[in-house]
Write a protein that binds this ligand. Structure first.
Ligand SMILES: [Zn+2]
Length: 469
């Protein structure tokens, strides 16, 4: 559609211009979905992002009563943004603000920057507090998102010949519509949703699915379930690509290796959140970090205490700013996810920055005897040792004012001598000390003792609450 800019009010023209990238598909033999966009120089990326950000801040300011008031209170105005770094003068926003504004101005809150008649889709997420917050999309937001999902699937090697079983929840979950990205790419898209594992396995067999998307825990559980039914996933099924999201496991090499060996398939980690898109970063075929959708999102990684940026490769809290999402712009949204990133060139030729996986949630980080411990660090050790099943549980207690960590792990052997268990425990605690920097008592359990997690796993039992208030 060609719109004569002169006929539109100034802001409308700017917003229309920000969507002007043609999203040209480079053709089925290309390694890239959109080569010009994906392989542009870093300077070109920065120019593109700055132009989008300027018009997006203007849109948020004019359309959202919340941003107008919050920025006025902080003494900032969109016209002050001359470089991407200037964004750091703008205040953060977080899940609590989103929830509070939604409660104050139901149903969608005054962070929204378009009239309700322009909203065509919402996803909802409850977070850890149980009050669902809605994430609204205009038709253009939705189309942009699905176009990006197609590009991301393409970068992970999905092709029109593939049969893709989408096994995420469709009920208000932002991961649901991602299936349309695979469909747009031309793959046969099986809208499976969350089914009992027996039915899902039957569908994978019957339609000879070649790709699937689920959580890392569930990919593991589904593979183990298949084996119990006498099906060897690597030999008897045709799954060659597994997309995972929702837990750190997809970027923990030891966890990925185990799922890959079980399925005879490559595992690609994706990252998304309801407040932005179903996925907004994902692994290319190199599987070395997750490329960001930098035409849609500006990424910051900050020290959660000081709010200042951390250096490349260091862990910090992920802060995301939308560059186009018109229905509800998210400007400096604190995700609570702890990540690290790199801008080193990737062997695939794409020039977007990469996240080196999510190490965990800020809420999940345990401080034990003053040491920051993420369950994902322990998981990496538990998954590496072939004498262990890879399942684990952390129990933290406070005894005589001192933190005590107990790690429960399972051996693979059904029977073992006390000496063998002691040696396994010794090996594990030595690794914990040298890699995570913490001492723990290690309990070896027989296989299948710990509860198996089907979707998001709960592997921490912190009993310290209430001891010191
Ligand atoms: Zn790459």
């Amino acid at each position: 559609m060609v719109i004569a800019s002169a006929l539109l009010p100034p802001n409308t023209a700017r917003v229309a211009a920000s969507h002007s990238h043609p999203h040209t598909h480079s053709g089925r033999d290309s390694r890239y979905w959109d080569a010009a966009l994906e392989t542009q120089s870093r300077e070109s990326w920065e120019r593109l992002k700055l132009a989008s950000l300027k018009s997006h801040l203007q849109h948020a300011y004019l359309g959202s009563p919340y941003y107008r008031a919050a920025w006025y209170a902080a003494g900032v105005h969109p016209s002050q943004l001359k470089t991407l770094d200037d964004l750091r003068r703008f205040p953060f926003i977080d899940k609590k603000v989103v929830r509070d504004r939604q409660l104050a101005m139901p149903p969608f809150g005054d962070i929204c920057a378009v009239p309700e008649r322009d909203i065509v889709y919402i996803s909802a997420s409850s977070g850890s507090t149980g009050v669902p917050t809605a994430s609204p999309f205009t038709q253009q937001d939705f189309d942009d998102w699905i176009d990006y999902e197609a590009r991301q699937f393409w970068s992970s090697g999905l092709r029109p010949e593939d049969r893709y079983a989408h096994s995420l929840n469709f009920s208000l979950f932002v991961g649901g519509p991602c299936v349309l990205g695979a469909q747009k790419l031309g793959a046969l898209s099986i809208h499976a949703g969350t089914l009992p594992s027996d039915r899902l396995l039957a569908i994978i067999q019957q339609f000879r699915a070649t790709a699937i998307w689920t959580t890392p825990s569930y990919a593991w559980y589904l593979g183990e379930t298949a084996i119990k039914q006498g099906i060897d996933p690597a030999r008897d099924l045709s799954i060659r690509r597994i997309f995972v999201a929702g837990e750190p496991g997809g970027s923990i090499p030891e966890t990925r290796n185990r799922i890959e060996a079980l399925w005879g398939a490559a595992v690609y980690d994706y990252y998304g959140l309801s407040d932005i898109f179903g996925s907004c970063a994902g692994m290319c075929e190199e599987r070395n970090g997750l490329h960001w959708a930098e035409d849609h999102i500006h990424v910051e990684v900050i020290d959660p205490d000081s709010g200042e940026p951390v250096a490349e490769g260091e862990r910090g809290e992920l802060v995301l700013t939308t560059l186009k999402k018109a229905a509800r712009p998210m400007i400096r949204f604190r995700t609570g996810d702890i990540v690290s990133f790199t801008s080193e060139p990737c062997a695939c030729g794409r020039t977007s920055q990469r996240m080196l996986g999510v190490h965990g949630r800020l809420d999940d980080m345990l401080i034990i005897k003053g040491v920051n411990v993420f369950p994902s660090d322990v998981e990496a050790i538990a998954r590496k040792d072939r004498a262990l099943t890879g399942e684990y549980r952390l129990i933290v207690r406070r005894v005589d004012h001192l933190d005590q960590l107990t790690v429960q792990i399972e051996r693979t052997a059904a029977e073992a001598s006390a000496d063998a268990d002691a040696e396994l425990a010794g090996r594990f605690s030595h690794q914990l000390k040298s890699i995570v920097g913490i001492s723990a008592s290690v309990e070896i359990l027989p296989p299948d003792t710990l509860p198996r997690a089907t979707h998001k796993a709960k592997r921490v039992d912190d009993q310290r609450q209430g001891v010191w208030g």
